[in-house]
Design a protein around this ligand. Structure first.
Ligand code: GLU
Length: 499
């Protein structure tokens, strides 16, 4: 029986989660859901790699967990979900790493190093000057205990770091599910630190110890960690652990093929949330960064992605982050929402983004009527406040010039607005169709082009020149609001003789 699939997302809480980190989380999550769909046991673990105390950032953990929750990536074990391998915070697992480091020292695979940070810095500068590869040159590696004690005093180091004894020669060959065999020269891997003098492990030690302890079957992580793989492989061997399978996911680059960064736009997933992107669009988009079903399918919902996901279709070359594609996908998913769902999604953006003079709480029922009118045109949910404000405002403020087509003077427009208002006052049923039947023939009677006449009415009732379809908009605005606004437009226009 094959061992159950157990994969983990192992973020370090050092800042806002980057889209690349979350793409890694999505691939891990998809792999588990896919296995389950096949009837196999599988678990998604979130492990917080918080051993670098200096780089810990306030709020980073919350931001990571919020990103996962927003995208619906629930975890089976991890923060807030106790499991058989608790705790899932590395900072709470220090004894485990210390034991492993002790075992490695005992078996001769690791050694204490008392070199002071000043000495290491001088060594590093020397290597840079001589253009040598950087890394610990191995001073403490061969010292016997007496020489080590003398050295310790000389360097004034109470507590040593523990370093791994990387074989000086030869190569280390690793297997990556996506890349096949990758061979590294051992002489380029220095004797890296396993345990720091503050008692905290380095990433390498903690990562390997935990992946083993938590029975991780597959490590799916970003390509930037590929260079750590030979170190990890050596550590697995030295500790006598069977390694998991490794899959290093392709890099994500900007359209200019430079590593994705702030200058390419948002890089934090939560920024996309704030900017009004739908989680389902972001999920679909991020999955396509390095994975594809075929060479043309772009729109796949979560269920379809679960069904089709597999490591065999993860690409080797870097993926390009294409913001326009995300915008397009977001529009597709917005148009796909039911009216109720769209209303729910835009409500928080309206509460937050509508001008302060609009009374809160915003009337959900009214927004539900407006929602279908803007659905087509919304690129993001954050466009909603600007698009719907005129529906909710008590009074509009706009330049009366908007009422008057460029080829006209104010007078005929004023007359047209008067005539339209008078007819509308006697209209029985205030519905789009009836409004159109009433108003359309009037343009000709008034000697105006339809565009000029409708343009004036549109600006009068909305204060804008670009809006959802006019008659539907008027229907939703309602008789009272429309008539008041039409009258107000005449007052505005009457006050100006020329524009
Ligand atoms: N803590 C590492 C990170 O922040 C985890 C790398 C790995 O998955 O091994 O990405």
């Amino acid at each position: 029986m094959p061992k159950p699939v157990r994969v983990r997302f192992a973020p370090s809480p050092t800042g806002d989660p980057h889209v690349g980190n979350i793409r890694t989380a999505i691939f891990n999550w998809l792999m588990v859901q896919h296995e389950r769909q096949q009837g196999n046991e599988a678990s998604f673990i979130v492990r917080i790699e918080d051993t670098d105390q200096g780089r810990k950032t306030e709020g980073a953990l919350e931001a990571i967990l919020e990103s996962l929750r927003w995208l619906g990536l629930s975890w089976d074990e991890g923060p807030g979900v106790e499991g058989p391998y608790s705790p899932y915070f590395q900072s709470e697992r220090l004894p485990t790493y210390n034991e492993a480091a002790d075992a490695l020292v005992a078996s001769g695979w690791a050694y204490p190093c008392y070199c002071s940070s000043e000495r290491l810095e001088t060594m590093r500068r020397g290597q840079m000057d001589r253009k040598e590869s950087l890394g610990y040159a191995g001073h403490c590696r061969e010292l016997d205990s007496a020489s080590l004690a003398t050295w310790r005093e000389e360097q004034e180091q109470e507590i040593p770091v523990v370093r791994f004894k990387v074989p000086r020669d030869g190569t280390t060959t690793c297997v990556d599910v996506i890349r096949g065999e990758v061979t590294f020269e051992n002489r380029l891997l220095d004797d890296f630190v396993l345990l720091k003098s503050d008692g905290f492990p380095t990433y390498h030690l903690a990562n390997v110890v935990d992946d083993h302890a938590m029975e991780i079957s597959h490590v799916l992580r970003a390509e930037e960690w590929l260079s750590s793989l030979p170190r990890h492989k050596l550590l697995y061997e030295a500790l006598g652990y069977a390694p998991p399978l490794f899959a290093h996911l392709p890099m994500i680059l900007g359209p200019d093929r430079a590593k994705l960064s702030k200058r390419h736009g948002a890089t934090s997933v939560l920024e996309y949330k704030q900017r009004g992107y739908l989680p389902e669009a972001v999920f679909n988009f991020l999955t396509l960064l390095g994975w594809s079903l075929d060479d043309h399918t772009e729109i796949m919902n979560r269920e379809e992605l679960v069904t089709h996901f597999g490591l065999d279709r993860v690409a080797k070359p870097a993926a390009i982050f294409n913001q326009e594609k995300l915008d397009w996908l977001n529009g597709v998913y917005i148009r796909d929402l039911s009216v109720d769902e769209l209303t729910n999604r835009i409500m928080p953006f309206l509460e937050e983004g509508l001008p302060a003079d609009i009374t809160r709480p915003i009337d959900r029922e009214y927004v539900r009527q407006i929602a279908p009118l803007v659905q087509e045109r919304l690129k993001t949910l954050a466009d909603a406040p600007d698009m719907v404000a005129f529906f909710l405002q008590e009074s509009l403020s706009y330049d009366p010039a908007l009422l008057v087509d460029k080829q006209l003077t104010p007078e005929p427009v004023l007359q047209a607005l008067k005539a339209a208002t008078a007819r509308l006052q006697s209209l029985d049923v205030w519905q789009a169709e009836d409004l159109e039947t009433l108003l359309r023939p009037m343009a000709e009677e008034l000697n105006l082009k339809t565009r000029q006449f409708f343009g004036a009415i549109r600006s009068a009732v909305t204060g804008r020149t670009a809006t959802p379809p006019l008659f539907e908009t008027m229907e939703v605005l309602g008789r009272e609001r429309c008539l008041l606004r039409l009258e107000e437009s005449q007052r505005l226009l009457g006050a100006v003789s020329s524009l």
